[in-house]
Design a protein around this ligand. Structure first.
Ligand SMILES: *Cc1c(COP(=O)(O)O)cnc(C)c1O
Length: 424
């Protein structure tokens, strides 16, 4: 299966019906599983036999979609979560505890900034933010023996900076810590971070993976490439007393990290999706490759139009040759840069509001990466809780508009933007 191209995997990876079984992935709407003997169930509880115990931890519908996403990213295993936030949280907590810290790029999703800067801090985890202009030495000055990972986003939401994954992965590996990347905006169709040394990938599947704005969800994918025994990760390399002394690296090898996330954190936190949501996610995934192509080609044309219009103060889209991120985009996103564009209309916040209110095809929503074109004003919505300084660090100005270009006919999208600009 892994030899197939990514567009084929979007349709065919994961669920494999046998003779006479349903062609389409069934929704296993069951919390519970039945066993022939209590001895077998005991083995499941001791992690000695594979199988499902309880839907909080695993379910056959989830398993098929986890296999699909893992195949798309080229990993050894994946775990679905109830939201992208839960995926980010568990990706950190799986190897980070009170008294420890992580390094994160500052231009990331606003919800992740709140999680990192406020909530993790309350439970004793210090997140040290860095910017791309910092040298390796300046970043190393923020690291110590308690640093557990470096975190960033492939294409940052909404700053649209492109992460130099090879650089940060090499830096992380020099300190025997993993590189963790939120690949939500790029999706594995446009970029597969594991090919650039990244160790763990997270997703908000709510965005392009679902693609139709129907279900909130998240996912963590393990590359299986990080050598936990080289670093200082006793939670993976020494016995887990809650499972009678299981040692994740010994019992599960390359899948140590993702297995621990499931049997320990998902068991304890219970941020489980529902079988119906996962079925809808799988539906979305079948067309992901086609949609990402169209989102990317439409967005490039829209960005080029915006750049040519003198009512626009600035446009950020990594696919534009004039964009500060273009060199990184050519390296990491050769197939396209997704559908998300950030731009400022001349006239600041008021003009931005008037422009957005005048759009007819594009809807104002708190969402992004939807098949339908939509717009959002980050400073007053998704990033509202950020301080002015955090806004600047996240690359967001008061007049910034985030446009999520859909898969409609691009001429209609551009015509809508033109008429809205005329209203300012
Ligand atoms: C939306 C988003 C999240 C959070 O995901 P939810 O599914 O909304 O919880 C995390 N990272 C990025 C890049 C996002 O766009």
């Amino acid at each position: 299966m892994s030899n197939y191209k990514i567009d084929t995997l979007c349709l065919q990876a994961g669920y494999k019906p046998e003779n006479g079984q349903p062609r389409v992935l069934p929704i296993y709407q069951s919390t519970t599983y039945k066993y022939d003997s209590s001895e077998h169930l005991g083995k499941l509880f001791d992690l000695e036999a594979p199988g499902h115990m309880y839907t909080r931890i695993s379910n056959p519908t989830f398993e098929a979609v986890e296999e699909k996403i893992s195949a798309l990213e080229g990993g050894v295993g994946a775990m679905l979560t109830s939201s992208g936030q839960a995926a980010s949280l568990m990706a950190v907590l799986n190897i980070t505890g009170a008294g420890q810290n992580i390094i994160s790029l500052s231009s990331i999703y606003g919800g992740t900034i709140n999680l990192f800067a406020v909530t993790l801090k309350k439970i004793g985890i210090d997140v040290r933010f860095i910017t791309p202009d910092m040298t390796d030495e300046e970043i190393e000055a923020k690291m110590d023996e308690n640093t557990r990972m470096i975190f960033g986003e492939t294409i940052a939401n909404p700053a649209l900076t492109v992460l130099d994954m090879e650089r940060y992965s090499a830096l992380a590996h020099r300190h025997n810590i993993p590189m963790v990347v939120d690949n939500t905006f790029a999706t594995p169709v446009l970029c597969r971070p594991f090919e650039y040394g990244v160790d763990i990938v997270t997703h908000s599947t709510t965005k392009y993976m679902d693609g139709h704005a129907t279900v909130v969800g998240g996912c963590i994918v393990d590359s299986g490439n990080f050598d936990w025994s080289k670093g200082n990760f006793p939670e993976l390399t020494t016995p887990d007393e809650s499972y009678h002394g299981v040692v994740y690296t010994e019992n599960f090898g390359k899948a140590a990290y993702i297995t621990k996330a499931r049997v320990q954190l998902m068991r304890d936190f219970g941020s489980t999706p529902s079988p119906m949501s996962v079925f809808l996610l799988d539906h979305g995934l079948t067309t992901l490759a086609l949609r990402m192509e169209r989102h990317s080609s439409n967005a490039l044309k829209v960005a080029q139009f915006l750049e040519s219009d003198d009512r626009i103060a600035s446009v950020s889209y990594p696919g534009l040759e004039s964009d500060s991120q273009h060199a990184l985009a050519k390296k990491y996103l050769p197939k396209g840069c997704s559908g998300v564009i950030s731009f400022e209309v001349k006239g600041g916040r008021d003009a931005a509001m008037k422009f957005m209110d005048s759009m007819k095809l594009a809807a104002i929503v708190v969402h992004v990466a939807d098949a339908r074109t939509c717009v959002l004003h980050p400073a007053s919505t998704t990033h509202r809780q950020l301080t002015d300084r955090q806004l600047v660090e996240a690359g967001i100005s008061a007049g910034l508009i985030r446009l999520s270009v859909g898969i409609e006919n691009v001429d209609d999208i551009i015509a809508d933007i033109k008429q809205a600009l005329d209203q300012i």
